[in-house]
Design a binder for this molecule. Structure first.
Ligand code: 5GP
Length: 204
């Protein structure tokens, strides 16, 4: 069976990458999204095992030691990681998988799984990002500065990615990411060529 494709989506918080991912999942139900593990506390409305597997530091560390993460990183003081087992099972079953993870995690995936396709979601401008974050209403001038600094730091690594999409208009951005996914699904992939040809030979 041909393997599934692994898609990594990153971008500064406030760029709308979460919205883009959930719209893609709604429109393409054959794609699965990995549920990350995190040591951060749940926000209002977040459900364990749906939004994240919420856990404590000891359990997180145990899974690191058992080599149970495809990647993990410390983001703003909390640990986040992609449990390896489920993602690998889906890929082996030919199912495409999306990871919504930060830049540090994306670089680890690039190293350990070079076939992964890395997509970076950009805000139209830092000013627009500032407005979107301010709209959430939870930032002081100090934390806003920190977040914009962190955003710029992430944006400066866009060159490590395969694709970048500016989220100016959410529907256009979703269409662009879907086009990237479809193109990658159609890519002639050396590892899968024999399997593809065999499928036709069997019919002869
Ligand atoms: P939040 O706490 O706002 O849900 O997420 C904070 C950041 O952590 C976001 O940039 C998000 O993409 C990233 N993140 C979420 N899950 C993972 C993960 O499993 N691994 C890594 N490296 N980053 C993650």
């Amino acid at each position: 069976m041909t393997k599934g494709k692994l898609f990594v989506i990153s971008g500064p918080s406030g760029t709308g990458k979460g919205t883009i991912c959930s719209k893609i999942l709604d429109q393409r139900p054959s794609i699965r999204m990995s549920v990350s593990m995190t040591t951060r506390t749940p926000r209002n409305g977040e459900i364990d095992k749906i939004h994240y597997h919420f856990t404590d530091h000891d359990s997180f560390r145990n899974l690191i030691e058992a080599d149970g993460f495809l990647e993990y990183a410390n983001v703003y003081g909390n640990f986040y990681g992609t449990p390896r087992k489920q993602v690998m099972e889906w890929l082996d079953e030919g199912i495409d998988v999306i990871l919504e993870i930060d830049v540090q995690g994306a670089m680890q995936v690039r190293n350990s799984y070079p076939d992964a396709v890395l997509i970076f979601i950009l805000p139209p401008s830092l000013e627009e990002l500032r407005n979107r974050i301010a709209g959430r209403g939870s930032e002081t001038e100090e934390t806003m500065k920190k977040r914009l600094g962190a955003a710029l730091n992430e944006i400066s690594q866009v060159g490590e990615y395969d694709y970048s999409v500016v989220n100016d208009d959410i529907d256009i951005a979703v269409d662009k990411v879907k086009s990237i996914i479809v193109s990658e699904q159609c890519r002639v992939d050396c590892e899968n060529v024999e399997l593809t040809v065999d499928k036709y030979k069997e019919e002869l």
